[in-house]
Design a binder for this molecule. Sequence first.
Ligand code: GCV
Length: 755
Amino acid sequence: MNSHCVVRARVGSAILWLALLVALAAPVAPSRAEDGHQLWLRYPRLEEPWRSEYRAVAAQLVACPTGQTTAAGSEQSATPSSPLVVARSELARGLTGLLGASPPLASGVTEGGALLFGTPRSCALIAQERLPLRAVGREGYVIRSVVVRGRAATVIAGNTDVGVLHGVFHFLRLLQTHRPVDHLDISSSPRIELRVLDHWDNLDGSVERGYAGASLWDWKKLPDHLDPRYAEYARACASIGINGTVLNNVNASARILTRPYLVKVAALAGVFRRYGLKVYLSARFSAPIEIGGLKSADPLDPAVRAWWRSKVDEIYRLIPDFGGFLVKANSEGQPGPQDYGRTHADGANVLADALAPHGGVVMWRAFVYGRSKEDRARQAYDEFVPLDGKFRANVLLQVKHGPIDFQPREPFHPLFGAMPHTPVMMEVEITKEYLGFATHLAYLGPLYEEVLRSDTYARGRGSTVARVIDGSLFGYPITGMAGVANIGADRNWTGSQFDQANWYVFGRLAWEPTSSAAAIAEEWVRMTFSNDPQFVGPAVAMMMRSREAVVDYMTPLGLAHQMASGTHYGPGPWVHDNPEPDWNPVYYNRADSDGIGFDRTASGSNAVAQYAPLIAARFSNLTTVPERYLLWFHHVPWDYRLSSGRTLWDELVLHYTHGVDEVRAMRTAWSGLASYVDPERFAEVTRFLAIQEREARWWRDASIAYFQTLSKRPLPPGVAPPAHTLAEYEAVCFPSTEGYTSKTPACAPPNPVIP
Ligand code: GCV
């Protein structure tokens, strides 16, 4: 190292060290209620023996980035806004919290237990280690226990600053979850390139299907005021590997593309960049008319093409690393290329052409319905498969996890596996539109895992959805996974403590789609609540059963879309009077005096034929279809015998009842955990579980009351009848349209059945 470097290194280290001391010496802030705001990044003081063990491994923090020459001899220092600076402060913050004090900073390894972090370019010591960094790409990292000049050290290295940041979060996670860190040899890189949160946030501050308060983005005060939460949000995203955020609702306002808003977006992008988070926008297809003054938005019109090109150029002048557009077109009343007799490919390509020179992408949604008269589940496949190969290289087709709409359970969407020449990305809903909003505890890890592990058989056995979307099955040049965010301005971010786990598991699975939902739940529980095995075991067990409980009390045995119209909250299996057939639950349950379920086999809509032959054959056959999808694919007589030997009717009733029992069991389990959780969060979860149990009963009773009018069969022996009459359930209306932005009026409280 030359003397200039040494001086800079010392000065840099001294400043950082001083800053840390000042921070530590600052008066202790008045203690806040445990409201969950810190998410899984709490860094509470560890107990022994962990503290001593980790102190030995992190006895010294080597501030390599400010002080080491590169292999090439020229020093690279982190700019004040680089992810490396964020990585450094995160490490200091995490170690200070967990160990009680940050290890002393040094510019070289002077004692054992040194912790080095950086890139080979920023740090000669790291370059010397010859780590297998080539394999981890732009965003991955290597964490390895090594010996430097005869002293034990741990290296956290990436090829880029953002890779280092991801590695730092991984290292801290090991400490947070009490894992051994003395013999590390970890290489990790994301299997999916675009790991994106889709915010359905409107410019007026409301959030469509959002149950965590208003939008985080304070458009009125942007760009002048940058709420500290923007950085906190980006930090949380980075900690789980999320690298993109679509700021506005797919039911988009064209105003987001006007200059005043783009300036605000650029301000947010400036904050997010430090965390490796790119900004995307939902684009309204008719924007050339609405804000461009053109007569048409026809994608083949040269004036329209020129408008998009110049708009995109303007965006990149303001946001050089802008990610691209998300588009909902010709879906639920949104404008699109079909308005001009053009195809989805024509529509996507005009945007793609404008973005391509800048490296941006188009995420074009496949959520379309309304044209298929016989079965909504068929339409997306029928419309998009003929377009395979007709999209530009920078277009991804964004496909919901199932063919209907984010139901608690659906079979995987048949487009996974059917588009070998078009990158297909998966969209899941993190916000619980159809799973009881924020008050019902439903950990979505098992849902995501179930879809990711589903075998499409597109290229024979092992052609899982995970392998479709990670690109390995068809060799897609770009890959992606999107989650509709459940984040709002509530102090706890997601409307409930346990819904934070759904944000968490989305990020972790998007990074590595073969991970286990149970392992991720455990990690989250340990980081968010406690490492005590007496807590971890029951809490993880609750989470892992919770989604199936919701399926049972809402839509068992393959039923779907039985929620009340509009709000999608509470039961409505009898609803039949919406103008569009497929907005009615009766359209989906098809219950009559003979039986229940939607015949999607050859004798019905034949939607099953959209799957690979082997899967289609399995789903078509009443004896081989998995019972969890039974009523999705078949109209089944009430007396049909299931594998249990019981009739379908009895089994249906028992599933509803079991769902309620499961919630009751969750309540009991939680009530025994008070001593492991702070009183505030414990009380909130307790209250929400009480709501959930009451509403699970509502779901069960109302559904049974309705279906019994058709099955005309008695309840199985020993099973309690519904508490109210069907007429009373039908009269219930949910007194809020929270999270729903259509013009549907809310009905008036109070509600006699569900007080
Ligand atoms: C953003 C469902 C939701 C709508 C949502 C739509 C979509 O229909 O109920 O609120 O609109 O999906 O994904 O576009």
